[in-house]
Write a protein that binds this ligand. Structure first.
Ligand SMILES: O=C(O)CCC(=O)C(=O)O
Length: 250
């Protein structure tokens, strides 16, 4: 393996995240940004939640020419290849716009990570997010915050019965932990463990902010696993195609 990549992946495993600068070039970034805004004009959003996050689950199917290349994008592919190889499965594909004030609830995308059913031969399923940012984050503008090393230990009070409200015990616990704040720029991709507690926020309510998240899982999870989004369940294995075939999504 490329020794630099190996070092970066050591860092990923240690810190729980990795920023890939300029994963998308400016043209790709602009194309995706505009298409997300177009989707909003068309009313394709699933909803706008109480923390100011508008989400879209159908861009991959509606606009495969624009969004398909983000699945195992060529700039991210070496990382995904080295982490999970052909077993990598696209779980879900979600875009977000933060149209106004935005302070995301502390959450894990893979809430159920620590409570997976263990059997004699079962292995612990793992999932990673690749989140592509379409505008600059910066102090005074917007950020992405993690619980420091939050992928390495089980957070307090993560249970469906205890997760009600923005002020639940888990979220209070996240707030009390040491944090790492990232400021990804337009075109950057952040790869992180889906069970790492995180929180996006705008510091300036007036800025445009949007992103696209591909959730990947290492091996199929059973339907009932507790995850932020529903699985596509179609078995999209972007790295699992026979050699020699076109590897684009569409
Ligand atoms: O930066 C943000 O708004 C948070 C993004 C997020 O929740 C994610 O990538 O799963």
């Amino acid at each position: 393996m490329n020794p630099d990549l190996d070092k970066q992946l050591d860092q990923f495993e240690r810190d729980g995240y990795l920023i890939i600068p300029n994963a998308l070039n400016p043209e790709e970034t602009e194309k995706v940004r505009q298409k997300i805004n177009y989707g909003r004009e068309q009313g394709w959003q699933e909803g706008l939640n109480e923390v100011g996050n508008m989400w879209f689950d159908t861009f991959l199917e509606r606009e495969p020419g624009t969004f398909g290349p983000l699945v195992a994008h060529k700039s991210i592919r070496p990382y995904l290849e080295a982490l999970l190889g052909p077993q990598l499965q696209l779980r879900s594909f979600r875009a977000h716009i933060n149209p106004g004030p935005y302070l995301q609830e502390w959450h894990m995308d893979f809430y159920g990570y620590w409570m997976q059913p263990k059997r004699r031969l079962s292995v612990r399923g793992v999932a990673v997010n690749t989140t592509f940012y379409l505008q600059d984050n910066a102090p005074g503008i917007a950020h992405l915050k993690f619980v420091k090393h939050g992928h390495l230990f089980e957070p307090h009070a993560v249970h469906p019965s205890k997760m009600r409200g923005l002020d639940c015990e888990f979220r209070q616990w996240c707030e009390r932990q040491e944090h790492v704040v990232l400021y990804p720029k337009a075109g950057d991709c952040v790869i992180f463990f889906s069970h790492m507690p995180h929180q996006g926020a705008k510091e300036d309510d007036s800025v445009e902010r949007s992103n696209v998240v591909c959730h990947y899982q290492s091996n199929p999870f059973y339907e009932g696993v507790w995850f932020v989004s529903r699985t596509k369940g179609e078995g999209i294995y972007p790295l699992g195609r026979p050699q020699g075939r076109d590897d684009s999504y569409a």
